[in-house]
Design a binder for this molecule. Structure first.
Ligand code: ZN
Length: 255
C-alpha cells in the first residue's frame, strides 16, 4: 500500500495544495497525518477541511499535535513562546466549531498501523511534546516499551530525517533524506527506523520547499519529496491576519 505521509501542515494552504497536487502521481491509497494541522499559518479552517475531505478518497489516520492541542484549549498556552501563543489564540477564533470538534476527536497517543508502523506526533514516549532531534533520544525511544514496532513515523521537529537502529548493537545511524531518492527500509541500514517526513507548512531544515513522504508498506520504501509552493501567497495572508512578522519571514528561508 502506498501511503501519503504528511505532518506539520500548520495552516499553510498553498503548501498543502502543492503537496497534494504533487502526491497525485503516486496514486496513494491511504493518508497518515502526524499532527499540527494548525498553528503558525493563516488558513487553519481550510486546511482542516481539506485534510478531512481526504477521507472520501482513501483511509485517513490523523493524530493531534501540540499546536492542535493548544488550539483545543487542552493545555496552558503559557508553555509556548510569545509568537506561537499569539497564533494559537488567533487560530482559536478562526476554526469552525465543526472542525474543532473533529480535531478534538483525533488520537493523542501513538497509533499502530498494520502492526509494523507506530505513528506519533513528537515521539512514541510522548506523542505531544518530545522532540527527537538526536540519535540519543531516538535510541531511548527504540528501547522504550512505547515503541514495539519495527518502524515509527514522527513529525514535530519539522526536519526530515531517518534514524536507523543498527542490529545487534545499540547504535543509531542518522540519515538526511534527499529529495526523490527512495530509501529502502529494513535492510542492511538497520532493521528498525524512526522516520520524519519533515513539515508541509513550515520547514526548518534550511529548505523552504514543502516536505512530505510516500511510504510503500509492501516494498518498504520511503520516498522523501520536496515541493516548491507560492510562499509569498501564504506570507501575504499572514500579513493580512496580523500574524507575527518573524513567522512570516522564516518561511522564505525554511528555518
Ligand atoms: Zn509543528
Amino acid at each position: 500500500m502506498r501511503v501519503l505521509v504528511i505532518s506539520d501542515v500548520h495552516a499553510n494552504r498553498a503548501a498543502l495544495e502543492a503537496v497534494l497536487d504533487d502526491a497525485e502521481q503516486f496514486r496513494y491509497e491511504a493518508v497518515w497525518c502526524l499532527g499540527d494541522l494548525v498553528g503558525y499559518g493563516p488558513e487553519p479552517d481550510w486546511c482542516i477541511t481539506r485534510v478531512r475531505l481526504l477521507r472520501e478518497r482513501c483511509p485517513l489516520t490523523a493524530l493531534v499535535g501540540n499546536h492542535d492541542w493548544a488550539v483545543l484549549d487542552k493545555m496552558e498556552v503559557d508553555e509556548f513562546n510569545p509568537e506561537a501563543r499569539r497564533t494559537v489564540l488567533w487560530t482559536r477564533r478562526h476554526v469552525s466549531a465543526e472542525n474543532l470538534a473533529w480535531l478534538s476527536d483525533l488520537p493523542v497517543d501513538p497509533v499502530v498501523e498494520q502492526g509494523r508502523f507506530t505513528l506519533a506526533h513528537g515521539s512514541p514516549r510522548d506523542s505531544i511534546w518530545e522532540y527527537i532531534l538526536d540519535p540519543f533520544t531516538a535510541l531511548d525511544n527504540f528501547q522504550s516499551d512505547a515503541l514495539l514496532t519495527p518502524f515509527c513515523l514522527v513529525g514535530h521537529t519539522h526536519v526530515p530525517v531517518i534514524y536507523a537502529l543498527i542490529e545487534g548493537e545499540p547504535v543509531v545511524r542518522v540519515r538526511t533524506p534527499v529529495h526523490d531518492a527512495a530509501v529502502q527500509l529494513g535492510g542492511a541500514g538497520g532493521r528498525r527506523a524512526i522516520l520524519n517526513p519533515g513539515s508541509v507548512g513550515q520547514p526548518r531544515d534550511g529548505d523552504p520547499r514543502a516536505a512530505y513522504a510516500i511510504l510503500d508498506t509492501e516494498r518498504l520504501t520511503w520516498l522523501p519529496r520536496r515541493v516548491p509552493y507560492a510562499i509569498e501567497i501564504t506570507q501575504a495572508h499572514m500579513r493580512d491576519a496580523g500574524l507575527p512578522e518573524r513567522l512570516i519571514t522564516r518561511l522564505s528561508f525554511g528555518w
